[in-house]
Ligand binder design. Structure first.
Ligand code: TXE
Length: 488
């Protein structure tokens, strides 16, 4: 049997073994395409999360002593094993999240790349040499943090699970990972793949459970050393407040309202398919989704016409049938998206296309059509708030300065794209946009595995992905030497 299958009952993963919650409690994980129950998942309670933390605490020193080269070899082996069960993993991810099968396949490959990338980096985490007075000097080591807590969302459980686990393990940490209620299955599969590759029990623990129970307990624990949280701003605030009580450091990835800036000289035939994909990927439920377009007035009508045509052609359906766009994750998320469309109407924006809860033959899932809103101005809620669905707000501007001002006029600052044929304008914008990543005449770079990723402003702080993430998962020790010459 593959590690990646959907079973009727799904258990926790603690200290190298699958087990039900001590309370026996379970919650339903639903298929977003049908609204029907997919599996019943053990709901970790306080005792279970504590058991996971204890297991991680016990296992961590031994794991940190494994030579970096061997830790790296194990992670590299996990990459191989992920690719070996790619089809199964992709089907589970597609079923659990609703995303189209080919996107789930891409997520599997990105997950494998995280393990390969950090596996290769494991024995290359060097410190510095710092010259002091005379012959004195100091050296630095990057040491593990210890036991890290990772609270992840439902939109990319496999990718985010992989990026979190791989870098934490590379650095010699042990982890307790809390997946989201809506999509906990592939992070559990990752834990089993790691065990199959030889990871000692207790180094990775995965505790599905309700956010306000399992997540809150983990965030408030004094027995962990760091928290990485990816999710909504409101929950991020709660997690940070809980961590503050114990003075625990946090890394926060809180989403965005990322703009594509289309200047007067942009190549629209190149931009339109990319802007469309940047929105509809994962049904708009991507922290870095391109949900605002800031366009020069001279190109506005042409861009809107082309986007409307592209949106109307988007095939919406069940993930396993591999459409262009699947359902939203839950009934609640669908309600949220539809209510924002009402807000947009009330605020005076114009809906050019989409906006309906779309019916898909024979399915009762959480579908919507991609929506295109024009006449949007920067102060509108549909321009400022993260909707987390396929809703694109178009804002017209008169010149490059206004384009920059409008793009930056947001509480968020995760990523941005610039569309222009002029290298000077591209560089000027890229340098002045307030966000963590800027793409020029593109949007995203595959999974962006080697690229530091994280927000300015309310999009969060700290960086994940790339070599930069190793800094987040290690702490620096400095050792100074007093060197005396032999005759002194
Ligand atoms: O996220 P939550 P939700 C945004 C997006 C979305 C909104 C709400 O705008 O519409 O957030 O989504 C766990 N203590 N993003 O409610 O609650 C929860 O179990 C500790 C952006 O689904 O942030 C899950 O594991 N943990 C985003 C994780 O937090 C708690 C991705 C994220 O869920 C907790 C997802 C608590 N009190 C949503 N309550 C992104 N940045 O990509 C919940 N959790």
């Amino acid at each position: 049997m593959s590690v990646a299958t959907v079973e009727d009952r799904t258990d926790l993963y603690i200290a190298g073994a699958r087990r039900p919650a001590r309370s026996g409690e379970r919650f339903e994980d639903r298929d977003p395409a049908t609204g029907l129950r997919l599996t019943e998942v053990a709901a970790a309670g306080h005792e279970d999360v504590q058991a996971a933390i204890d297991a991680a605490r016990a296992a961590q020193p031994g794991w940190a002593r494994v030579p970096p080269r061997e830790r790296g070899a194990l992670l590299t082996e996990v990459a191989r094993r992920i690719r070996g069960v790619a089809d199964d993993l992709a089907r589970v991810e597609s079923t659990d999240t609703g995303k189209p099968l080919s996107q789930a396949r891409a997520d599997v490959e990105v997950a494998a790349q995280y393990f390969a990338f950090y596996g290769g980096a494991a024995d290359k985490v060097y410190g510095d040499t710092i010259p002091l007075d005379g012959d004195d000097f100091a050296v630095t080591f990057r040491e593990p943090l210890g036991v890290v807590a990772q609270i992840i969302p439902w939109n990319y459980p496999l990718q985010i699970g992989a990026r979190s686990l791989a870098v934490a393990l590379l650095a010699g940490n042990a982890t307790v990972l809390k997946p989201a209620e809506e999509a906990p299955l592939t992070p559990l599969a990752l834990a089993e793949l790691l065990a199959g590759a030889g990871l000692p029990p207790g180094v990775v623990n995965v505790v599905p459970g309700l956010g306000e129970v399992a997540g809150a307990y983990l965030a408030a624990s004094d027995d962990i050393d760091h928290i990485t949280f990816t999710g909504g701003a409101e929950t991020g605030r709660l997690v940070m407040a809980a961590a503050a009580r114990n003075l625990k450091p946090v890394t926060m990835e809180l989403g965005g309202k990322s703009p594509s800036v289309v200047l007067a000289d942009a190549d629209l035939s190149r931009a339109v398919p990319v802007i469309t994909k940047a929105l509809i990927q994962n049904t708009g439920q991507t922290c870095s989704a391109g949900t605002r377009v800031v366009v020069h007035a001279s190109r506005h009508d042409e861009l809107v016409d082309r986007l409307a045509e592209a949106f109307a052609a988007v095939r919406v359906g069940r993930g396993l049938d591999d459409p262009d766009m699947g359902p939203l994750i839950s009934a609640a998320q669908r309600e949220r998206v539809l209510s924002y469309l009402d807000v947009g109407r009330e605020e005076g924006s114009r809906m050019v296309t989409g906006g309906d809860g779309r019916r898909v033959e024979g399915l009762d899932g959480y579908f919507v059509a991609p929506a295109l809103l024009t006449d949007v101005t920067p102060e509108m809620r549909v321009a400022r708030e993260e909707i987390f669905g396929p809703v694109l707000s178009v804002l017209a501007v008169d010149d490059d300065d206004e384009a920059l001002r409008t793009a930056n006029d947001s509480p968020f600052g995760l990523i941005a794209a610039v569309w222009t044929s002029d290298v000077d304008r591209a560089l000027w914008l890229a340098r002045n946009l307030q966000c963590g990543q800027v793409y020029v005449n593109s949007y995203g770079a595959g999974g962006g595995v080697p690229l530091p990723f994280g927000g300015y402003k309310r999009s969060g702080f700290g960086r994940e992905k790339g070599l930069e993430a190793i800094m987040e998962y290690t702490q620096v020790k400095t050792i100074a030497f007093d060197v005396r010459a032999p005759r002194e």
